[in-house]
Design a binder for this molecule. Structure first.
Ligand SMILES: *[C@@H]1O[C@H](CO)[C@@H](O)[C@H](O)[C@H]1NC(C)=O
Ligand SMILES: *[C@@H]1O[C@H](CO)[C@@H](O)[C@H](O)[C@H]1NC(C)=O
Ligand SMILES: *[C@@H]1O[C@H](CO)[C@@H](O)[C@H](O)[C@H]1NC(C)=O
Ligand SMILES: *[C@@H]1O[C@H](CO)[C@@H](O)[C@H](O)[C@H]1NC(C)=O
Ligand SMILES: *[C@@H]1O[C@H](CO)[C@@H](O)[C@H](O)[C@H]1NC(C)=O
Ligand SMILES: *[C@@H]1O[C@H](CO)[C@@H](O)[C@H](O)[C@H]1NC(C)=O
Ligand SMILES: *[C@@H]1O[C@H](CO)[C@@H](O)[C@H](O)[C@H]1NC(C)=O
Ligand SMILES: *[C@@H]1O[C@H](CO)[C@@H](O)[C@H](O)[C@H]1NC(C)=O
Ligand SMILES: [Cu+2]
Length: 888
């Protein structure tokens, strides 16, 4: 189908998903929210005023001027705005502007590299946009590119296909009017209110979507294909109190067939309750009239869904504030806010955001040399399983909901340390610009454990582990994904994911008469956590792209196996009669595109090498990629060939993928509309790997997954906790430098123990040098031990620097006490204001009041209601919690 033709068709029938997002914003956003660029919580006045990025950020989001230029140009030169929705008549919500999304179309790597590395021209600015177009009863989301910008007589509107390996620039939207669907679902409930009142003690309320006692509907698509959808709907408690809706499944299900956009064709299918399928509600009513009918315990909301508890007597420690991190003399990283460019301890990089896939870091360099061209989120999958129609096959591909749009404001002092600085996230939808203030935080932090330490007979050295963090949180409905990009002094880079928020629970069927029944499925898919609630096992697989360029783009992935070995060594004879049982390394290059898993027993190292580029010792320079800190290895998807996912997320099948990089035509592992056509996704990752291109000495891209197998227990109620839901992947220099580069950067202390001992005669108890005389190395050690008396000879450079520092009034240490600090010390008085520890959050409350957050939450709930097993019903806005809590 030629997308150009679609452009001309006037929208006649349907309002679909993406425009829906727009319309809800219009409905709920009374006050405009134009970008506010100044930091709300900088710790020092203007620490970065004079700091400038070396180049314009080629990945900067369109600014307001550019976006409006695009709108004006489109209005003048295309008929893309002329689509109107005449079917909904008076209900013109959003239909007057079908442009749901407009954002930067990121420039191609070749033009960026030409610009950054070879003084080439600034890459052309292009925008990408999605428009909703209809043809008869069918609706499509169509993608275009428009540019170059600013508009000139060279500017064109083109179908956006080059970056989709499907060759298409559109997906068929399987959903029609979400509001009609919502209304329909609620009317099923209303027509069966006698049944829901009897079984669930409540009913749906079509007239008041905010009814705290009303039931709402959640849905899961059982089928999405060429515009046809079949849903399983389940009744849910509204969870108005604490947003715990996903903990309130009610165990009554009904099937819904949506063969087309026309509501006249929709039909209600079977009902399901207590493991029994009923052909229709009449059959269910008949069954309920029978004396044998078993009524189940109701899964009721209550204080148990609250995230705080003030009722049980707590320990007195809660009333005493805990220790916190401070930054006494301002930040040490430098930030160019106009370019979203950061530099710290030899690292530098640019930030870029997208509405679907949140934050990416670009052009990550160390000491001026690029090591990673792009590091960023691609997609987040949560895939459930279960014994009932909702949980079985439930899956979410969360970029569909906009993980960038849903990078909501961080709460200073809690989401990030009190001294963090914040950046905004701005985006354009439906002809307007929105800004999520303080969506990204940047801060340095000193870990509780040192980076380095060593105690010898003569001295002890310890160095601080201070690192830089760039953090954002995407709250997609019930779940909050916290994503950190962390930079370490040794040149390592870590990507860390933590999940919190409400789990998606399953109804636990338990007869009212004899509670705590167990059956075969009780622990097959989860654990019982309430009388009527079960947890639901699921896999989180969250994909990231890492375009590494190690000493240029010609890279090879080498697998270095650590293997047991039997080998005969000449010197072993005759004491060892046969071969010695030992181990060794075996190196092999990855020759063709493939998926890898983290090896059992960490028995292999995966290295991204620069063949023929060696360090001073003649060893090949490389970065190693490995699973980092967190709860064990990050997971890939357990389900093989998921029935629900189709081909929409093939990247979830392995931990790490090595692909030949085609940065223009394959810039991403996924597309945020993949969920709409899982059988024929716009971007089909499997096809990127299937051709098994050679990958030696080539520009490579790695895709890796974070996440885990999440089998929630009673400890996930009410919320999953971040310290136990973390996973990470680390990029670590591996013979990349000639030695540990953190040596020149870190702060710490050398304590001369020999000297201290002599003076105080406390012996430091570990006087193993006492019997040095019996030690073959005694002479050498003695030499070293004597050396401290001539410190200048032993540490000539450090001593000079110490003196220099002292002369600048920074330090006050003397050689006499045998303690020498390296790097800066805290010498000036430190004033810790209360604001640094307990930030003033009053403007966050105000921000909440203008409805932005609530509005977006609403979008997700509604949209999801139509499509994804979220909730048709309440939109979760306008609620205020008691007790002065912030409600995001
Ligand atoms: C779009 O509609 C406007 C107003 O009805 C009209 O002036 C304009 O010519 C139309 N544009 C195109 C390209 O058809
Ligand atoms: C990127 O490269 C592709 C393929 O060469 C080209 O079609 C596309 O227009 C380029 N994109 C931009 C934004 O320049
Ligand atoms: C496009 O604009 C440029 C500069 O404004 C002008 O020189 C050129 O003639 C124009 N080309 C066309 C085809 O109109
Ligand atoms: C509910 O009942 C009304 C009145 O009988 C009927 O018009 C409507 O179609 C029913 N709704 C559903 C979803 O079955
Ligand atoms: C309900 O299902 C039964 C059994 O299949 C069928 O006989 C009956 O006609 C159905 N009733 C309605 C109203 O569809
Ligand atoms: C940093 O770059 C400079 C200049 O290219 C080079 O001389 C130096 O060895 C590099 N340092 C490290 C630690 O790589
Ligand atoms: C590396 O060196 C080998 C042997 O000298 C040569 O065959 C190969 O082409 C070189 N590879 C690169 C990427 O330069
Ligand atoms: C999954 O699909 C692939 C490709 O069609 C096939 O080779 C494999 O056997 C399937 N695995 C399972 C468990 O069905
Ligand atoms: Cu989970």
């Amino acid at each position: 189908m030629a997308s150009w033709r679609l452009l001309g068709i006037s929208v006649s029938a349907v309002v679909i998903l993406s425009s829906l997002a727009y319309l809800l914003v219009v409905v709920f956003l009374s006050a405009s929210s134009y970008p506010i660029r100044q930091p709300l919580h900088g710790t020092s006045k203007h620490p970065h005023r004079h700091f400038q990025a070396p180049a314009e950020n080629p990945w900067a989001e369109l600014d307001e001027v550019e976006a409006s230029q695009v709108y004006i140009w489109l209005q003048k030169n295309t008929n893309i705005f002329n689509s109107t929705d005449d079917r909904t008549g008076g209900n013109s919500r959003g239909s007057n502007n079908p442009l749901s999304l407009i954002e930067l179309l990121r420039p191609n790597k070749t033009s960026v590299v030409d610009y950054l590395d070879h003084n080439g021209p600034v890459p052309d600015r292009w925008a990408r946009l999605s428009a909703v177009e209809t043809k008869g009863d069918d609706a499509f989301i169509v993608e275009y590119m428009v540019g170059p910008l600013p508009p000139s007589n060279k500017t064109q509107l083109l179908p956006l296909t080059y970056c989709h390996n499907s060759g298409r620039n559109y997906v068929q939207s399987p959903i029609s009017d979400v509001f009609a669907l919502l209304d329909w679902a609620l009317s099923i409930g209303e027509n069966a209110s006698d049944v829901t009142q009897d079984l669930l003690g409540a009913k749906t309320n079509r007239d008041d979507l905010d009814d705290p006692d009303g039931l709402v509907m959640g849905s899961r698509p059982a089928l999405i294909d060429s515009g046809r959808m079949v849903h399983w709907l389940e009744f849910f408690g509204p969870g108005m109190k604490s947003d715990g809706r996903s903990l309130l499944p009610q165990g009554l299900y009904v099937k819904l067939d949506v063969p087309s956009a026309n509501p006249a064709t929709w039909t209600t299918g079977e009902w399901f309750y207590n493991g029994i399928l009923y052909d229709n509600v009449t059959m269910l009513r008949e069954a309920m009239a029978s004396p044998d009918f078993e009524r189940l315990t109701i899964n009721e909301d209550g204080a148990w869904t609250d995230t705080e508890d003030f009722s049980t007597s707590t320990t007195p420690e809660r009333d005493m504030p805990p220790p916190l991190s401070i930054q006494p003399y301002g930040p040490r990283y430098r930030l160019d806010r106009s370019q979203n460019y950061i530099s710290w301890m030899g690292f530098s990089f640019y930030l870029s955001t997208s509405q679907a896939a949140a934050l990416s870091l670009f052009d990550i360099r160390y000491n001026g040399s690029r090591i990673i061209y792009q590091l960023g989120l691609q997609e987040a999958l949560a895939h459930y399983a279960g014994a009932e129609p909702m949980q079985s096959g439930l899956e979410f591909l969360d970029t569909f909901f906009g993980m960038g749009k849903m990078m909501f404001s961080l709460v200073p002092g809690l989401d990030c340390p009190g001294h963090a600085e914040y950046l905004d996230m701005s985006y354009h939808r439906g002809g307007r610009m929105y800004t999520n203030r303080n969506a990204i935080c940047v801060f340095e932090y000193t870990a509780d454990a040192p980076l380095q330490r060593h105690t010898s007979a003569f001295s002890a050295t310890v160095s601080r582990n201070t690192y830089l963090v760039v953090r954002s949180v995407s709250t997609v409905g019930n779940y909050d994904y916290t994503i950190d990009y962390i930079f370490y002094l040794d040149g390592s880079v870590e990507v860390k994911l933590r999940a919190s928020g409400y789990i998606f629970g399953a109804f636990h069927a338990e007869p009212r008469s004899s509670p705590l029944r167990r059956d075969a499925t009780t622990n097959e898919y989860g654990y019982r956590v309430r009388p009527g609630l079960h947890t639901s096992m699921h896999d989180h697989v969250v994909n990231f792209r890492a375009d590494l360029d190690i000493c240029g783009t010609a890279n090879t992935v080498v697998r270095t196996a650590i293997e047991p070995l039997q080998r005969t060594y000449a010197w072993d004879q005759p004491e060892v009669p046969g071969p010695r049982n030992t181990m060794h390394m075996v190196h092999s290059a990855v020759t063709h595109e493939t998926g890898l898993n983290w090896p059992r027993n960490a028995g292999e190292m995966y290295l991204v090498t620069a063949p023929n580029r060696t360090n001073r010792w003649g060893e090949t320079r490389a970065y190693r990629i490995l699973p980092g800190t967190g709860m064990g290895n990050p997971a890939h998807l357990t389900i093989a060939n998921s029935t629900a996912l189709g081909r929409a997320a093939s990247w979830a099948a392995a931990d790490l993928w090595v692909l030949r990089n085609h940065p223009a035509t394959e810039p991403a592992a996924a597309h945020h509309y993949n969920a709409l056509e899982p059988g024929a996704p716009l971007v089909d990752f499997a096809r990127m790997v299937e051709d098994r291109e050679p990958v030696e000495a080539a520009d490579l891209v790695l895709y890796f997954n974070l996440g885990g197998h999440h089998v929630p227990t009673s400890q996930d109620v009410p919320n999953t906790l971040m310290h136990t839901s973390a996973s990470s992947v680390l990029f670590m220099p591996f013979n990349y430098f000639d030695d540990d580069v953190s040596k020149a950067l870190r702060q710490g202390v050398r304590v001369d123990r020999a000297r201290t001992r002599h003076r105080h005669n406390n012996g430091a108890s570990t006087n193993h040098n006492v019997d040095d005389d019996n030690n073959p190395n005694a002479d050498a050690k003695e030499e070293v031990r004597r050396a401290p008396t001539n410190r200048a000879a032993r540490f000539p450079r450090r001593d000079r620097e110490d003196k220099k520092r002292r002369n600048h009034g920074h330090g006050h240490d003397t050689d006499d006490d045998g303690v020498s600090w390296f790097g800066a010390r805290y010498t000036a008085p430190v004033l810790v204001t209360r604001e640094m520890l307990s930030p003033d959050l009053s403007h966050y409350m105000k921000e909440r009041d203008d409805g932005e957050q609530g509005g977006w939450r609403a979008v997700r709930n509604h949209v999801g209601g139509g499509l994804y097993g979220l909730f048709v019903g309440k939109e979760g806005r306008g609620r205020r919690r008691e007790g002065g809590r912030l409600d995001w």
